[in-house]
Ligand binder design. Structure first.
Ligand SMILES: Cc1cc2nc3c(=O)[nH]c(=O)nc-3n(C[C@H](O)[C@H](O)[C@H](O)COP(=O)(O)O)c2cc1C
Length: 317
């Protein structure tokens, strides 16, 4: 018999999780695009306490991004139109990665392109660099060679880009799905069959916010991506569906701001989570979550965080 009294101390909770070949000290990662290249936050949070850091999306060439304003607040959430601004993969390797290597936290490179070749080239450059734990493919991007059809909206295109990336990537390959699809499980299965090691669910939701007096968008672009607590219940359903459709681990993200939010994602099938928008109103959010998770687990008498994964009970009678 387990002595629950002895283990119900927060300090006794084992938070470690494994995502394929990768072991994380805890299941909480910084989400891409919301945490810079990680090092910018070194004075705000203890980077070594995080489960992992997913850096800003990297493209082959530097990108200037979208015109301002790039963010606007919405009820229980936020819209962004950053336009995937980034310094480009080569500058990342030279300027950012050496500093990130000083920390023991796994760093995951978020990768995107406008063609399949571009995705492949970005990974090729990163393959020559030390200090990365995995790649995360952002497939919520239009393929310019296919009339702008998003990779993440079509199982064939998603499979094509994951297969091509798989051929050059020696490190674990995660695929970040778009939530803006009719059946996310079809895309999830295509990514799994093409060699993905884990799936990140999900990106932001296309949305807009308009000032009726000026008749203008509140963003520099007409539309943007919705994130934050407003999307949590919608994304949670996607995590539930994807977890049941594939065998590879699922990383849930969308609107997490408390330890209890993390437990909910784990219960519906996530192995780990990422946190983005919460850091915009509480810059220390990631560290607060890492510190608060053991207590939330011990209150549930959970000894190992993995006990929660997929424990959802569909019979609600
Ligand atoms: C300002 C901002 C920039 C983002 N940039 C990226 C990006 O470069 N690549 C990517 O895959 N996701 C990007 N995202 C999406 C987030 O990683 C995350 O999927 C989304 O915000 C939902 O999580 P959250 O509600 O915790 O923020 C961005 C989100 C925000 C708010």
């Amino acid at each position: 018999m387990l002595d629950y009294a002895a283990v119900s101390q927060p300090g006794a909770v084992d938070l470690s999780v494994t995502l394929g070949a990768l072991r994380l000290s805890n299941p909480i990662l910084a989400a891409s695009g919301t945490f810079g290249y990680g090092i910018e936050f070194a004075d705000v949070v203890d980077l070594n306490r995080l489960g992992g850091i997913v850096v800003k999306g990297l493209s082959l060439e530097p990108m200037e991004g979208a015109p301002p304003p790039r963010l606007c607040e919405t009820p229980s959430g936020m819209l962004n139109a950053v336009g995937l601004q980034n310094i480009g993969v080569r500058a990342f390797v030279v300027e950012k990665l050496p500093k990130l290597r000083q920390y023991r936290t796994p760093v995951i490179a978020n990768v995107f392109g406008h063609t399949t070749d571009e995705y492949v080239e970005v990974i090729r450059v990163l393959e020559g660099a030390e200090g990365l734990a995995a790649y995360e493919l952002n497939i919520s991007c239009p393929n310019v060679k296919r009339g702008g059809l998003q990779y993440g909206s079509d199982p064939g295109l998603a499979g094509e880009v994951v297969e091509a990336a798989r051929k050059v990537a020696k490190r674990p390959l995660w695929v970040k799905l778009s939530p803006n699809v009719t059946d996310i499980t079809a895309i999830a299965r295509a990514a799994e069959s093409a060699g993905a090691d884990a799936l990140t669910v999900a990106n932001t939701y296309p949305a807009m916010s308009v000032d009726f007096q000026t008749r203008k968008s509140r963003l520099g672009n007409p539309t943007g991506g919705l994130s934050g607590p407003a999307i949590r219940p919608i994304t949670m359903k996607l995590v539930y569906e994807v977890s049941r459709a594939v065998r590879i681990p699922v990383i849930g993200l969308g609107g997490i701001s408390s330890p209890e939010d993390i437990l909910e994602y784990l219960v519906v099938g996530a192995t780990a989570v990422q946190v983005g928008t919460a850091g915009f109103w509480d810059p220390k959010a990631l560290q607060r979550l890492v510190e608060g998770l053991p207590k939330a687990c011990s209150e549930l008498k959970v000894i190992h965080i993995n006990e929660l994964r997929g424990s959802f009970n569909a019979e609600n009678r």
